[in-house]
Design a protein around this ligand. Structure first.
Ligand SMILES: Nc1nc2c(c(=O)[nH]1)N[C@H]1C(S)=C(S)[C@@H](COP(=O)(O)O)O[C@H]1N2
Ligand SMILES: [Mo]
Length: 200
């Protein structure tokens, strides 16, 4: 048994582990398909559009000059690893929403990533203060396999909602299932309720 698979004994730690999860100290890499490469960020942009009054597109340097926040949270992958106390830096989703000016019809968010990957959350989830579009992890720029240059960080949901390599944020009036949600995962994805799979 690997050290991190041993049952933790500290009650403060135990109560942070959702049902069916195992702690890891490592940082596993998990995604479907290829890892994009970014040799030249001068051609990278981030688009915010949909049910908003003022859609906009930002270059990389503009994204990096947005207001920043640092958040620390526990992450839980549906494949059963959890990692406590991860620290991310980026722009709060709430700031993007403020700049874009949401219409009343903006009830859901779709994060659009490279190669057509998407993930979806209700607007209330994205409007939590610790939901970020993050460019940093543990004080360093994101590593390529963890989503460089920009990824979503969605608190309180299984980690698949936290799309890596994000290029767009779409506000929608109707819910649009994302990649994993179309492939059998639960749309709500609350790890405390063990909402892993759809349909039962
Ligand atoms: N673009 C993209 N983002 C993705 C995924 C993916 O397949 N593609 N998988 C998700 C899943 S299932 C998890 S657990 C986390 C893993 O993030 P990590 O590789 O940084 O640990 O990324 C999420 N974001
Ligand atoms: Mo995952």
């Amino acid at each position: 048994m690997l050290p991190w698979q041993k049952k933790p004994t500290d009650p403060e730690i135990i109560k942070r582990i959702p049902p069916g999860q195992v702690l890891t100290e490592k940082f596993p890499v998990l995604h479907f398909g290829r890892t994009p490469e970014y040799p030249d960020l001068s051609r990278w942009d981030l688009r915010v559009w949909g049910e908003v009054e003022s859609p906009f597109t930002l270059k990389w340097a503009e994204v990096r000059s947005l207001p920043r926040a640092s958040v620390t949270l526990d992450i839980h992958c549906v494949t059963r690893w959890s990692k406590l106390e991860t620290t991310w830096e980026g722009v709060p989703f709430t700031h993007l929403a403020e700049v874009a000016v949401l219409k009343l019809s903006a009830r859901f968010v779709v994060f659009h990533a490279e190669y057509g990957f998407t993930s979806n959350v209700p607007i209330e989830v994205a409007m939590q203060p610790d939901c970020l579009l993050a460019w940093g992890y543990a004080g360093q720029p994101l590593e390529t396999e963890h989503g460089y240059p920009l990824r979503a960080i969605v608190p309180g949901r299984y980690f698949w909602k936290s799309a890596k390599w994000v290029r767009g944020v779409e506000l929608t009036s109707e819910d649009q299932l994302g990649f994993w949600e179309r492939n059998g995962y639960n749309n709500s994805a609350d790890p405390w309720r063990e909402e892993r799979y759809a349909g039962f």
